[in-house]
Design a protein around this ligand. Structure first.
Ligand SMILES: NC(=O)c1ccc[n+]([C@@H]2O[C@H](COP(=O)([O-])OP(=O)(O)OC[C@H]3O[C@@H](n4cnc5c(N)ncnc54)[C@H](O)[C@@H]3O)[C@@H](O)[C@H]2O)c1
Length: 262
């Protein structure tokens, strides 16, 4: 496949977790894939394990650093000459009560989770517009759809990203660029392992109608669908991929437990 006929995706936070699963999905579907991550060594290892130097590009980069993002996009343009899909997946979680959330933590969470997608979307528009359009998917969170404890910074950053998704969808439609979000429920990644204790894990099982964590591949499927032509009339939406967590609202785990056990 020539460089110009192969579609190209950029996935941020692609060294592991949901981002790596999304990158693999694009690769399996014939895309060229730029994998961007702040963890340079882990990224190099993950990209080398993919074993596809013909179709991959590793970009060590902090999405919150405007100059680094500009340089990364210049590299994509040099290597692939086009961009069809951008997945803003890089994110950091700081779960702490308000009074224990430092100003530095607040600023960093907002910078990575909200400013990062803003910078990447701005850099993506010229590349996508040149070829008549593209698709952007922002990875938000159920924590951005409804409030919970310990998430003033994280939840607010994701709620902001959900609104940025709608804002960009409206503004970029004229360039043929669709913009959607995917809001994961709990997914068993390194991030979840770091912040979910055994008690929290048990609570999630109780609160989620499908009674389990999501798989990275299940998130990748939804992201890929929204980037594909099958979603050609979908823009400005945030799709919860969460086992029914958002739909259940207050939940009443006791009643669900009774139903399961009865
Ligand atoms: N795992 C979950 O339960 C869950 C739930 C809801 C939302 N999410 C969201 O899904 C996305 C992926 O999460 P994950 O669970 O795979 O996390 P993860 O921590 O396993 O992976 C995140 C990746 O992003 C990279 N990253 C962090 N800061 C970066 C920066 N400034 N620039 C570039 N890369 C950076 C990390 O190095 C890492 O490789 C995040 O946006 C997260 O908020 C995850």
């Amino acid at each position: 496949m020539s460089a110009s006929s192969q579609k190209v995706a950029l996935v941020t936070g692609a060294a592991r977790g949901i981002g790596l699963a999304v990158a693999k999905h694009f690769l399996a579907d014939g895309f060229g894939v730029a994998l961007l991550d702040i963890e340079g060594d882990l990224l190099a290892k993950s990209v080398s394990e993919l074993g596809r130097p013909d179709s991959t590009l590793a970009l060590p980069c902090d999405v919150a650093d405007a100059n680094a993002v500009a340089a990364a996009f210049a590299e994509i343009e040099r290597r692939f000459g086009r961009l069809d899909a951008l997945v803003n997946n890089a994110g950091v979680a700081v779960f702490a009560p308000l009074m224990e959330t430092s100003n530095a933590d607040w600023s960093r969470v907002l910078a990575v989770n909200l400013t990062g997608p803003f910078l990447c979307a701005k850099a993506a528009v010229p590349l996508m517009r040149n070829r008549g359009g593209g698709a952007i998917v922002n990875i938000t969170s159920i924590s951005g759809l409804r409030a919970s404890t310990l998430r003033s910074a994280y939840g607010t950053s994701k709620a902001g990203l959900a609104h940025l998704t709608k804002q960009l969808a409206v503004e970029l439609a004229e360039f043929g660029i669709r913009v959607n979000g995917v809001a994961p429920g709990p997914v068993d990644t390194a991030m979840a392992k770091a912040v979910h204790s055994p008690a929290i894990r048990a609570d999630y099982h109780d609160a989620i109608p499908l009674n389990r964590y999501g798989l990275e591949e299940e998130l990748a499927e939804a992201v890929f669908f929204l980037c594909s032509d099958r979603a050609s009339y979908v823009t400005g939406q945030v799709l919860a991929v969460d086992g029914g967590f958002d739909a259940a609202g207050i939940g009443l785990p006791t009643l669900r437990g009774a139903r399961r056990n009865g």
